[in-house]
Design a protein around this ligand. Structure first.
Ligand code: CA
Length: 235
């Protein structure tokens, strides 16, 4: 399940895409103009955007360029949708910052396959793939966390947080980034919320001596590491 923003001014097409995506378990927001899309992005960062090239007013192409220039949306996965099938247009779309390009009409299967491929490349936390770090295992399909066969009980928010940290290990994520990527909301939720859930997650991981895998980077944020100092393993 991932959060997908569909930017498409033809409502019949947007609805059809949304129905298919929701059927596949995704959470869909529709924007019919560039302004609506910008508003949606400012409110909550999606995990992937389907972006129509031809929009009234500002084009999808201009929107893609704008998002690529903003640090917050620089790595946002974007699939450009277009009626144009020319090779030159394809190149222009990719140059503007689209990760992939799909010409209308396209089949639902094709769209789903492209979405999956792009998420795997850029937002693996949105897929149902199991992940393992230094013996700690997390399986989204069964919603189970375990360490060397011992089950770890975590709440739903801690599960999503752990999943994000495990799919993006060894990197420090700021509280704002975690709110964006885990909660999908960086505006209406306080950054302190992140600290509360990190604390709960560490408590959940403590019985299997994995709490120290979640490091605090003072003044910056948090990161998941497989390389825990021997003396802090039980911390
Ligand atoms: Ca259009």
């Amino acid at each position: 399940m991932s959060r997908i923003l569909v930017v498409e001014d033809e409502s019949a097409i947007a609805e059809l895409i949304a129905i298919n995506l929701r059927h596949a378990g995704h959470e869909v927001t529709i924007a019919e103009t560039a302004d609506e899309a910008q508003f949606a992005i400012a409110k909550a960062l999606p995990e992937l955007v389907l972006l129509d090239w031809m929009l009234p007013g500002q084009s999808g192409l201009a929107l893609a360029k704008r998002w690529r220039a903003d640090p917050r949306t620089r790595t946002l996965p974007i699939i450009m949708l277009t009626a144009r099938a020319d090779e030159a247009d394809r190149v222009t779309g990719l140059d503007a910052g689209a990760d992939d390009y799909l010409s209308k009409p396209f089949s639902t299967n094709e769209l789903m396959a492209r979405i999956r491929a792009l998420l795997r490349r850029k937002a693996p936390e949105a897929l149902d793939d199991a992940v393992e770090i230094a013996g700690l295992q997390l399986d989204p399909a069964t919603r189970r966390v375990s360490f060397e066969g011992r089950e770890v009980k975590v709440g739903p928010t801690e599960f999503r947080l752990l999943r994000f940290l495990m799919t993006h290990p060894e990197r420090v994520h700021s509280r704002a980034q975690l709110l964006d990527r885990v909660w999908g909301d960086h505006v209406f939720i306080e950054e302190r919320t992140v600290d509360v859930h990190v604390k709960r997650l560490r408590e959940a991981l403590a019985p299997v001596q994995c709490a120290a895998m979640i490091e605090t980077s003072r003044g910056v944020g948090y990161r998941m590491t497989a390389h825990v100092q021997a003396n802090s393993r039980t911390a």
